[in-house]
Ligand binder design. Structure first.
Ligand code: AVJ
Length: 323
């Protein structure tokens, strides 16, 4: 019943080149995707349980209290394309309302999707399911097994915050293009965005008292040690997570506690005390700024659902106006 397609494999040589370019840059940096090895994914799940980390439970509340309205606006019977599906739980919570005809979870590794999809398939035997392994951040050309009409792209979790606004616009434009077929566009997008709010709330959400976000960030060094055979000493670094109001983004950094030299086969990088590796940005939007971004990307007819405190929002937008 369900099928699985692995489109792209991570090329270890390219991974190495990308990582070394970032580490050797004057201001060292790494892509946030390297936060998610097996342990990193578990630590992120733990973050979602923290009292300070409001996005996950706020989004769940919005989905739970507005599922029927969301379905009324987004329509039922769509091909639901889940970008970064992971354990598929968020999409599955909307199945009863959205009643998709076809479910297409996409994640970097199709292997990661297999268990979740198999379980879902027995729970929802009438929904066709196609799991796809691809890096959708760089391309969105889907295999022909994915119907072209009535596509509903689902991008929950405010993950779009990892892109700069310019990259987010390019990404949304690619989603818009993926809704177009034979000159028609009948699809749409259902996407979550974290909103600008008091800096103290944002700071706490990304630097929690229990230190789970610190562990999540520091685990990146462990992942780098594995990927590069490097010798980062985790005890020689500390987590930084704070809201940069000027750029409207959370920044996560790892900061060297002492001067040190990190080595890997074929290279070294010296870090001074206090020097940082920039590991993640998480952009926060105002409602209007994000609606403008959707509009610039070609979407119309934007509907917004938010929580009473307006900390988080879920948006639906159509690829074209219904006639
Ligand atoms: C998965 C990118 C949405 O930015 O809130 C959580 C990742 N980083 N705590 C976010 C994250 C630190 C998360 N996203």
């Amino acid at each position: 019943m369900s099928q699985f397609i692995q489109l792209t494999q991570q090329d270890p040589q390219l991974v190495r080149e990308e990582l070394l370019a970032g580490l050797l840059a004057a201001s060292a940096q790494t892509s946030p995707k390297y936060l998610y090895d097996a342990l990193g994914s578990k630590l992120f799940e733990a973050i979602c349980e923290l009292p300070e980390y409001y996005p996950t439970r706020t989004e769940a509340q919005i989905f739970a209290s507005h599922a029927d309205e969301i379905a009324a606006v987004a329509g039922t019977g769509a091909t639901l394309i889940d970008l970064g599906a992971g354990n598929c739980a968020k999409a599955a919570s909307l199945f009863p309302a959205l009643q998709p005809s076809h479910y297409v979870p996409i994640d970097i590794s199709v292997q990661f999707l297999r268990d979740a999809v198999s379980r879902l398939q027995s729970q929802f035997p009438r929904i066709a399911m196609t799991g796809i392994g691809m890096d959708f951040s760089s391309r969105l050309d889907l295999p022909t097994a994915v119907p072209r009409h009535n596509r509903l792209f689902f991008y929950p979790g405010s993950s779009i915050g990892n892109f700069t606004p310019q990259e987010a616009l390019a990404f949304l434009a690619r989603v818009h293009t993926a809704c177009i077929h034979e000159g028609n566009a009948d699809g749409g997008i259902l996407i979550s965005i974290d909103l600008v709010k008091d800096a103290a709330i944002l700071d706490a959400a990304y630097d929690d008292a229990l230190g789970v976000t610190a562990s999540f960030n520091l685990n990146l060094l462990q992942h780098l040690n594995h990927l590069l055979q490097a010798d980062f000493d985790l005890r020689a670094w500390r987590h930084r997570g704070f809201f940069n109001a000027r750029q409207s983004r959370i920044e996560m950094h790892l900061e060297a506690l002492s001067p040190q030299t990190v080595r890997w086969p074929g290279g070294v990088r010296r870090f001074e005390e206090g020097e940082r590796i920039h590991t993640e940005n998480s952009y926060k939007y105002t409602q209007q700024d994000f609606i403008d971004l959707l509009t610039q990307a070609g979407f119309v007819d934007v509907t917004v659902w938010s929580d009473p405190q307006q900390w988080f929002m879920v948006c639906h937008a159509r690829a074209v106006q219904p006639n």
